[in-house]
Ligand binder design. Sequence first.
Ligand SMILES: NC(=O)c1ccc[n+]([C@@H]2O[C@H](COP(=O)([O-])OP(=O)(O)OC[C@H]3O[C@@H](n4cnc5c(N)ncnc54)[C@H](O)[C@@H]3O)[C@@H](O)[C@H]2O)c1
Length: 492
Amino acid sequence: MGDQLPTIRGRPRSIRRRMPRIAACTVGLTGRTRQKPTKNKSLIPRTYYAVVSGETVKTPSGEMTHLMFQWEGDPSQKSLRVEALPRLSFSADFCTLCPLTPTIYDFERNCTYMKIGVPKETLSGETRVALIPSLLSALTKEKHEVLIERNAGAAASHSDDEYEKAGGKLVDANTLYAEAEIVLKVQPPTPEEAAQPREGSSYISFFAPLINRTIVETFLKRRITSYSMQYVPRITRAQSMDALSSMANIAGYKAVLMGSEQLDKIFPMMMTAAGTITPSIVLVLGAGVAGLQAIATAKRLGAKVEAFDPRPAVKDQVKSVGATFLEMEITENVETAGGYAKEQSEEFLRREQEVIGARLPKVDVVISTAQIFGKRAPVLITTDMVKKMRSGSVIVDLAAEQGGNCELTEAGKTVTHNGVKIIGAVNLPATVPVHASQMYAKNVVNLLQHLFPKGSPIQDLNDDIVKGACITRNGEIVNDAVRNALQQGGKS
Ligand SMILES: NC(=O)c1ccc[n+]([C@@H]2O[C@H](COP(=O)([O-])OP(=O)(O)OC[C@H]3O[C@@H](n4cnc5c(N)ncnc54)[C@H](O)[C@@H]3O)[C@@H](O)[C@H]2O)c1
């Protein structure tokens, strides 16, 4: 059979190839598998021969190529790692239609599957884990094998035992990176970690390519297919994969608790025999996902809540969760077509500071969440404005990592100025790792199932979610927005 086919012989990395230019193609390839001593100490032969055939079909979103595998050669091999395929450019058309993540074909189960690796987070203070035990079955049901680094879930209260019982295989970090076809993480890799995954494998994390350029370069060199949870498009179809929103919800809730704990007052009104206590006033700046959750939480705790956001559509949402909207005349268009806030003019910010400044002396807690995607956060509270606040009041700045909404904010620190505490809140989801991991893991599994429907290694590259979330593939930056921004900013 092999003689009739276009064949590729030799080790996968130094492959000589004949390129079938037809849509329906069949390719044989030979390569080597790892040596495994058998019981009688002899070695299983290392050469495999597989036949891969492709067939192009039309789908509503374009053409897709389905691959089929047939086994020929040494029957003692139970599975075949098809790692050479993504690096073979059969033909331009074939590759565009049929990007393959390294996959394993299991001859006994007659299915294709991937080894999915979940390493332990290494960033100091990160307690979340990218996959929780109760979600493992969603992946094992699709025949995938899940490798969990020992202690990966410990900080999120998930023991190794739980993962093992759920069908995961506990391994050390080196084994995980050496074997996994896909790595699931919360934080982006450190420069050292970026060099650890197998060449040609995939990586899903909260990866910010514009501020992690050395990692982009490592991914390009090592042909890692990287997906960023930050770049999953904010469209209705992708809501179940929107980790930015799930984490923002948690941050908004937690920011209010931090503010109430640091405040020298209580939030609710109390009418007691000792007199009446008036409710504290909370001002929420930026009423996106985190801001709306902060409003709802502060209301539930009994505070009087005011809010401001430059996007006109937000006014009704603010009122619907029970807050008063700070009025300001808005003459410029501050909203993008995608529903995000645009970067505002200096004049706009000056007028906004006036409006906010007029309220600050009366306010007890400010929760500031104002952000512009990919840019420094706008400065809404200057040092002079802080001076006018009541001593004992609190600012919780959720934009601290993006430069801060308050001029005095220091990310990860609490500074006190004229008796006002300014909390530079960082990574609040990590303060509630159980629920944060539960939500993040669900978002990641939903994305994974969308990228590889029913475990198939074949993706629809025309799909908006695949196009949006994928940053690098096959040694190229494939996300247009990221490529343009990196080109404009020059090489790091
Ligand atoms: N799947 C979906 O359909 C979906 C999912 C998530 C978000 N969204 C939309 O995107 C919006 C924003 O999302 P986000 O919360 O992640 O945004 P974000 O974290 O980027 O920004 C937070 C908020 O800051 C506000 N802001 C910007 N400049 C400001 C300024 N000068 N003063 C005060 N506030 C300012 C923004 O308008 C936004 O509401 C949501 O409210 C929603 O409309 C849609």
